[in-house]
Design a protein around this ligand. Sequence first.
Ligand code: ATP
Ligand code: MG
Length: 316
Amino acid sequence: MTTLDHPYPKPPRRVPPEAVVEHGQGPDDAAAPSGPPTVRLADATLRFGARELWTRLSVDVAPGEFLAVLGPNGAGKTSLIKVLLGLTPLSAGSVTVCGQIPRRGSTRVGYVPQQKAFDRDLPLRGRDLVALGHDGHRLGTGLPSRARRARVDAALAAVGALDYADAPLGLLSGGEQQRLRIAQALLGDPQLLLCDEPLLSLDLHHQRAVTSLIDARRRAAATSILFVTHEVNPILPLVDRILYLVGGRWAIGHPDEIMTSERLSTLYRTDIDVLRVRGRIVVVGAPEGALAAPGDDDHHPAETIPTSAGITTGRR
Ligand SMILES: Nc1ncnc2c1ncn2[C@@H]1O[C@H](COP(=O)(O)OP(=O)(O)OP(=O)(O)O)[C@@H](O)[C@H]1O
Ligand SMILES: [Mg+2]
C-alpha cells in the first residue's frame, strides 16, 4: 500500500448531509451545498439486463469539488463515468453535465480512461497523444501550430513527461503512459475531469505529482474532479466527499462519515472493520459473495472482491 504523508483526518470542507441508500430510497439531501452543479444525477439507475449496477443515485457535484468514487470490482464505477461521457444512457432518472445532457466529445469534460497498455507497435509519440487534447476537438484546431506546441510542452512538463515525449508510446512504461493521459485530459481546459483509476502503475513520487496536479487544476479553475479509485489513502487529503457503490447500493458523504465500520457494514451487508493505522484507512472483512447485489450471487463472483490495499479483505 502506498500513501502520502498528509495527516488524517483533515478539517472537513463542504460537508453535506451523508446518507447510505438502499435500493430505491435515494434521499433528496445528498447534494453538495453550493453553486450550480457541474454534475447532477437525480434518481439515476443503471442496469444491464437483469443486473442493476446502481439504483436511484442522486448526487450533485459542485464546481471545484473532489469526489472520490469507491467500490469493489464490477460495482459500476467505470459505467458511471461512461454515463457522464454520454456513452451509456441511464436506465431511469436523469443526468446533466454542466447543465446539459451529456454528449460524446464535449469540450467541457476531460477523461483519463481506466488504463490499458498501448500496443507496442503503435506509431504515435507521447506528445502526439497529448496533442489530441487540442486536436481532438474544435477549440484546438484553430490554434497556430507554435501556440499549440507550447501548450503541449507545458502540459508535458507539468506531468514530468518531457524527457520521453518523443518516444514511441507503446515502448513507454505503464506509469509513463498514464502521465501522458493526464496531460492530455488537462490540456482541453475541462470543467469536469473524469479520472478512472489514474494512479495505477504510478510510483509514490508520481502519484503525488499527479494528485497535486489534479488538485491544483480544480483549485485554479474550479474544475470538478470525479476520481475513481481502489486506493483511497493517496487522495484522502484532497477528497471532499466519497461516493461508495456496492451491489446496487450507494453512500455519499465526507470520508469521516463513509469510511466507518458501521457505514461500510451496512453497504456491504456484512461485518466490516474500518481501521485507521498510522493515518491510513484499512478496511477488513468483506467475504466472498457479500459484495454482490441481492439475488445476483452468481454474477462475477471473483470481480466483487475488493482487491486493493485500500480495501483489504479478510481473505488476503
Ligand atoms: N455495455 C455493457 N453491457 C453489459 N454489461 C456491462 C456493460 N458495461 C459494463 N457492464 C458490466 O457492468 C458491471 C460494472 O462494470 P464497470 O466497468 O462499471 O465496473 P467497475 O466498478 O468500474 O469495476 P472495476 O473496479 O473492475 O473497474 C460489470 O459486471 C460489467 O461487465
Ligand atoms: Mg472500472
